[in-house]
Design a protein around this ligand. Structure first.
Ligand code: FNR
Length: 219
């Protein structure tokens, strides 16, 4: 169990996985960030450009360690309880930019994807909304120990999908996205608070023998 469970508001990193300035996935990420902030959680909204890094190269890693963009992503993952990725689908799969970032950051120890909760969403002009890409994205994340939320959200016909105010043009889809985000946060909250409650219960019993006791709540 992660040792960074805390009694404050949940902290959620949100980012769109496309580099282009007009990215609809960046817009979807911004909308999800608003929905998360509405619940009182703390949001760290990032862009993929902030995680700029070269292609993974084992020789470069041996010589120089991780590139700065990978370290930025590592730091921001370490500071969150959960993360949300809004990713386009390229050729039925994960965009290379995103997979490359996951590969670099997976080299860090302790490995920062482990035990984090993740919600995956996508936007695409196609009729499937990029949903196949999200199924592919589950594989590296679940391999790394991320708790990927079972439900996902994919916005089809994304170029016409947003209203002027940044919400989804279709009220039914807006409602479904809101409910998905809220259900995801409830699960994250239950997990984070459970560890805090366990710790408080042991301490209430007066058993203050220190590390051994606290560890029982963190194993
Ligand atoms: C795509 N696109 C795409 N869309 C899709 O639904 N299924 C696919 O397999 C692909 N394949 C694909 C490959 C490549 C190389 C590109 C550049 C694009 C379209 C893609 O989903 C669309 O460009 C993104 O949804 C746009 O996302 P942003 O940039 O608006 O976030």
């Amino acid at each position: 169990m992660s040792t960074d469970s805390h009694p404050g508001p949940l902290r959620v990193l949100v980012f769109g996985a496309a580099l282009r300035a007009e990215s609809t996935n960046a817009r979807l990420a911004a909308l999800v960030a608003r929905l998360i902030a509405d619940t009182g959680a703390s949001v760290d909204l990032a862009t993929m450009r902030e995680f700029d890094m070269p292609l993974y190269d084992g020789d470069m890693e041996d010589a120089e360690g991780l590139p700065s963009g990978a370290l930025v992503l590592r730091d921001r993952l370490e500071r969150c309880d959960a993360f949300v990725i809004s990713s386009p689908e390229y050729n039925g799969s994960v965009p290379g930019v995103l997979k490359n970032a996951i590969d670099w950051v997976s080299r860090v120890r302790p490995q920062p994807f482990k035990t984090k909760h993740a919600l995956l969403v996508s936007a695409s002009p196609s009729l499937f909304g990029g949903n196949r890409g999200l199924w592919s994205l589950r594989i590296p994340l679940e391999h790394l120990g991320t708790r990927v939320y079972p439900d996902m959200f994919s916005l089809a016909r994304s170029y016409d999908g947003f209203a002027e105010d940044g919400r989804l043009a279709d009220p039914g889809l807006q409602r479904r996205l809101t409910e998905t985000v809220q259900a995801f946060l409830s699960l994250v909250e239950a997990d984070a608070r459970y560890v805090c409650l366990q710790r408080r219960w042991y301490e209430f019993l007066g058993d203050r023998t220190g590390a051994g006791v606290t560890q029982r709540a963190e194993d």
